[in-house]
Design a protein around this ligand. Structure first.
Ligand code: SF4
Length: 629
């Protein structure tokens, strides 16, 4: 077993990881077959893909589920990941000249290895492009270009510019473009600060770090085989999905054809990472040294928790929950205080935040000294937990409820954010709706679970969006009432995208869009709304809090407080499972598909009924608890 790229990333997390894995240095001498290698890399790539599917976007709203999927479920996404690899390979063949080897021809895939401090490091290259004098190494990532291009800067109160500039199909960092008038767009230090973010392996720099590990191995092989003259002629790129690409709906033999779109965009774009991965080499060597030390010392004693644990991210260390972070209470820990990114200021003016609190022994919510609590919402959380009380601001809840216009359309979309666009007008990772549930509450508390419910579910994986729109508009009067959802920005985002793809329905869909109201505005807060309703200081505090919320207003937390409904016994339990079932339609028998579709309907119907039940309970509370503020 040699150290692969994925191992490198895992083994260099912290001194404890390797010891917990029980890896012995001697075992690392053997080789890895390409099949074993690809199995590991695919698992990693699919986890990255899932992270991209759930990346949030302010305009699109917050995704509904934390990612919690099993191996079996990841398989359903494999075809889509392979499609991205294939499209990237085709793009390289078209854009770069010369000979290209990519994943389609697995057996021929180019591999590199070398030994450093007695350890063997090995990598296969996603796309290897060889030209007369140059070699291009291309790492494919099923993510979009957006987060990179949106690294922006500018002068105060002036236009903001990206730190990248597109030249043909390749994005280059502006300081690497000869004579680029960088300082006419932003001060140099602003540019440098943004550029520096590319080096953060726990955030935006994770894929670049990955490529830099490859560079370390490739250059290591060339150096040890005395081919150093080649080093100056190797270039390193990330291939990602172009977030600006809009699919024109052309198919050949039922497969989408990703021609250049009408704005001249290609599906795949390349980020030139030559200079950044070169600068990263110092850090990679340090990490390789750490791996060596970690293997040599094999020290399993506790080490401080840190960003390398990747808590709550898709890449969270597998030892975090069972071992290293097991002392963190599951409910009401010191990490459950609302919006506490800055942390708590102590008596000496020093801030304590995040996992640092755990490292310092502040585990429970009440472990935080009372004198550190300055925020009113934090005080509410603390009191509710300490005194086992429920906090209710009846006045705010009542006024919030009064501002709702009837009928209330409780709406929930299930969507498939496919990495490669499938239907006309879609872009990579467009949250394409395939199902909705609608419960219509005609008057306060008047809604029947079955009679007032409409479900639309796509029967196939073909484009059924127009049918979905027609069904939706058939049951909603867009001139009155309220579009109601938990995280309504998500539902509004989908409605807006449908309006753009189907101009025929745009006017009506946008009327519905304008009627959006969020369940969270009633149960949690919306400062602007409550200020407009006449509240001042209270406009900043939550409307309701119960210790069982443990710092979260997700449906998973609110539902057991307000209702007896549960997702536990459902076959489809959450949005991720819904996506997987839909994405697996074509792999199911007719009978199986029928059963799964029924399960999808039951799940989605429960989502909107849950909103109705929570809203009804809040209405009742605002009447009952006159004395509780
Ligand atoms: S959970 Fe954190 S401290 Fe523990 S092994 Fe993983 S990375 Fe290291």
């Amino acid at each position: 077993m040699a150290i692969t790229k994925t191992d490198f990333i895992e083994f260099s997390r912290c001194p404890r990881f390797v010891a917990l894995e029980n890896i012995k240095k001697e075992k690392l001498d053997a080789d890895v077959t390409i099949e074993e290698y690809r199995e590991k890399e695919y698992r990693n790539a699919l986890e990255e893909l899932l992270s991209s599917m759930y990346e949030t976007d302010e305009n699109n709203g917050t995704p509904k589920n934390q990612i919690d999927v099993k191996n079996k479920q990841l398989e359903a996404m494999m075809d889509y990941y392979k499609k991205v690899e294939e499209e990237a390979g085709k793009s390289v063949q078209k854009i770069f000249s010369g000979k290209t080897i990519y994943a389609k021809e697995t057996k021929n895939q180019e591999s590199f290895d070398f030994s450093y401090r007695g350890l063997k490091f090995l990598c296969y290259v996603d796309i290897y492009n060889e030209q007369e004098k140059e070699i291009n190494i291309i790492e494919v990532k099923a993510t979009t270009s957006k987060k990179y291009i949106e690294l922006k800067g500018g002068y105060p109160k002036a236009e903001k510019f990206s730190i990248f500039q597109k030249k043909g199909h390749i994005y280059k960092l502006k300081d690497e473009i000869k004579n680029y008038p960088l300082e006419s767009e932003m001060p140099r230090n602003v540019y440098e600060n943004q550029r520096e973010k590319l080096f953060c392996r726990e955030k935006i720099g994770s894929y670049i770090y990955d490529l830099a590990v490859q560079r370390f191995i490739i250059e290591g092989e060339y150096r040890s085989s005395k081919n150093e003259e080649k080093l100056n002629n190797i270039h390193y790129f990330l291939a990602v999905l172009n977030h600006e690409y809009i699919f024109d709906g052309t198919y050949e033999q039922n497969e989408p054809c990703y021609h250049q779109d009408q704005n001249g965009n290609n599906l795949i774009v390349f980020l030139d990472m030559d200079e950044i991965t070169k600068e990263m080499q110092k850090k990679i060597y340090e990490d390789a040294d750490k791996i060596y030390e970690n293997l040599k010392n094999s020290n399993a004693s506790a080490c401080p928790l840190g960003s390398y644990c990747a808590m709550k991210k898709q890449t969270e260390c597998k030892y975090f929950r069972p071992i290293c972070g097991s002392m963190i209470p599951k409910k009401n820990s010191s990490l459950t205080y609302f919006h506490n990114g800055r942390g708590f200021k102590d008596e000496d003016g020093i801030y304590h935040k995040g996992l640092q609190l755990i490292n310092e022994g502040y585990f429970d919510l009440l472990d935080i000294p009372e004198s550190w609590i300055q925020n009113e919402n934090h005080r509410i959380q603390r009191n509710c937990y300490q005194k086992k009380e429920i906090y209710i601001n009846k006045e705010k809840i009542k006024k919030g409820l009064d501002s709702l216009e009837y009928p209330i359309y409780h709406l929930d979309f299930e969507t498939f954010p496919c990495p490669v666009p499938r239907f006309k007008g879609e872009s990579p990772f467009t949250q394409s709706p395939f199902e909705f549930s609608l419960h219509i509450e005609r008057e306060p508390g008047i809604c029947d679970f079955k009679k007032d419910n409409i479900i639309f579910l796509a029967k196939t994986m073909q484009d059924e969006r127009e049918e979905l729109i027609k069904t939706l508009l058939n049951y909603i009067d867009v001139d009155k009432g309220t579009l109601f959802a938990q995280n309504v920005a998500f539902e509004k985002g989908r409605i807006k995208e449908l309006a753009q793809c189907f101009p025929k329905y745009k006017k009506r869909l946008m009327k519905l869009y304008d009627r959006g109201f969020d369940l969270l505005w009633i149960i949690n807060n919306n400062q602007k709304l409550y200020e407009s309703l006449g509240f001042q200081k209270e406009a900043k505090t939550v409307n309701y809090y119960h210790k069982d919320l443990s710092g979260s207003y997700s449906i998973k937390k609110t539902l057991p407080i307000f209702s007896n409904l549960s997702y536990e016994n459902l076959e489809v339990k959450n949005g991720t499972e819904a996506i997987i079932e839909y994405a697996s339609y074509n792999k199911m028998s007719k009978e199986e598909r029928k059963l799964k579709q029924e399960a999808l309907k039951i799940y989605c119907r429960q989502d909107t009924w849950a909103m109705f039940e929570i809203l009804s309970a809040l209405r009742q509370l605002s009447i009952d608890c006159l004395k509780m503020v």
